[in-house]
Ligand binder design. Structure first.
Ligand code: GDP
Ligand code: ZN
Length: 305
């Protein structure tokens, strides 16, 4: 008997990996560069814990030749997404397009706020760099300290995709962002084996009616250090209204360095006097970003001063 009360067969060995797929009680665990198919022990049912894709797990390998094992322990989760249901996300890649659909700064700002509120790292991916010249739409984000890459999902040998891979290394990544910007295309471009439906919304909806998709994560290479990616995009719509108003100022990452200079410690940088953040608008803080902030602030709950 070992610590979980499980009788192990004589030659089984325990290894640690990550759950990449789970369908009907059978889990695929990527460990030591290989994929093992495992059943979960009954203990998960008793404890009301369902193993999730993205869980770090310990398995007993029961058949090395056929890559089979038993899943018996899942490690504590650092976070959990609802859509898609995936655990332990390290980074959300907010994807936008240079054009088609036209770049919408207010929308990007709302995505950024939502990810910051969840305390997950964020990367901005500006896709379709093949169809528009670089302009200064994204300078405020670079200046604010957001990591940002330009990509083209249709140019597989571009530097952009290599940059993107570098930013994904060592992390479990999920793409999010508005519809039509190329999230599925990027996932396809990164995956050696996947073919996701890309294209216009109507074909996607048509497909969705007939197939139930389980999310999976795939390793970006055989080397676990290169990171992982969830094969379905995450949230594409937003609810920023539920974020407490008092938290909003720290979710715009360029504000806190200046807020020490505000007269009020709980300054919302809105209607207060002597606000150091407002004084920076047009200097250290982009007017467009501040405008987004005010718009989001006006939709959150809580009395304004
Ligand atoms: P999603 O809704 O964000 O998953 O977007 P899709 O991946 O379905 O892409 C929407 C459309 O944009 C498709 O017609 C793609 O072929 C096209 N597309 C995606 N990425 C690029 C890109 O980098 N450059 C260009 N020119 N078109 C792209
Ligand atoms: Zn202020």
């Amino acid at each position: 008997m070992d610590r979980e009360g499980i009788i192990k067969t004589k030659d089984s060995r325990d290894i640690e990996g990550i759950i990449t797929k789970g369908v009907g009680g059978a889990y695929t665990i990527f460990a030591e560069g290989k994929s093992y198919i495992c059943n979960a022990r009954g203990i998960f049912r008793n404890r009301k814990t369902t193993p999730l894709v993205g869980d770090y797990a310990i398995i007993s390998v029961t058949d090395e030749d056929n890559q089979k094992g038993t899943l018996h322990t899942i490690k504590p989760r650092k976070n959990q997404l609802r859509r898609p249901p995936v655990a332990n996300i390290d980074q959300v890649i907010i994807t936008v397009a240079t054009a088609r659909p036209a770049f919408n700064a207010g929308l990007l700002d709302r995505f950024l706020v939502l990810v910051a509120h969840e305390d997950i790292d964020v990367l901005i991916c500006v896709n379709k760099s093949d169809i528009a010249k670089k302009d200064d739409s994204f300078s405020p984000y670079i200046a604010a300290g957001y990591p940002l890459v330009y990509t083209s999902a249709i140019d597989l040998h571009s530097d952009g995709l290599a940059d993107l891979r570098r930013h994904m290394a060592g992390k479990v990544n999920v793409f999010a962002g508005p519809s039509g910007v190329g999230k599925s295309s990027l996932i396809n471009a990164l995956s050696p084996k996947l073919t996701l439906a890309t294209g216009d919304l109507s074909t996607k909806l048509g497909r969705g009616k007939h197939t139930t998709r389980h999310s999976e994560i795939f390793a970006l290479s055989e080397n676990a250090a290169d990171g992982y990616c969830v094969d379905t995009p995450g949230f594409s719509s937003l609810e920023t209204e539920t974020i407490p108003r008092s938290r909003l100022p720290v979710l715009f990452r360029e504000f806190p360095p200046f807020s020490d200079g505000c007269r009020f410690v709980d300054c919302l940088h809105y209607q207060e006097r002597d606000c150091a953040v407002k004084e920076q608008v047009g200097q250290g803080i982009s007017p467009l970003r501040y405008e987004s902030y005010v718009k989001i602030l006006q939709t959150t709950n809580g009395a304004s001063r």
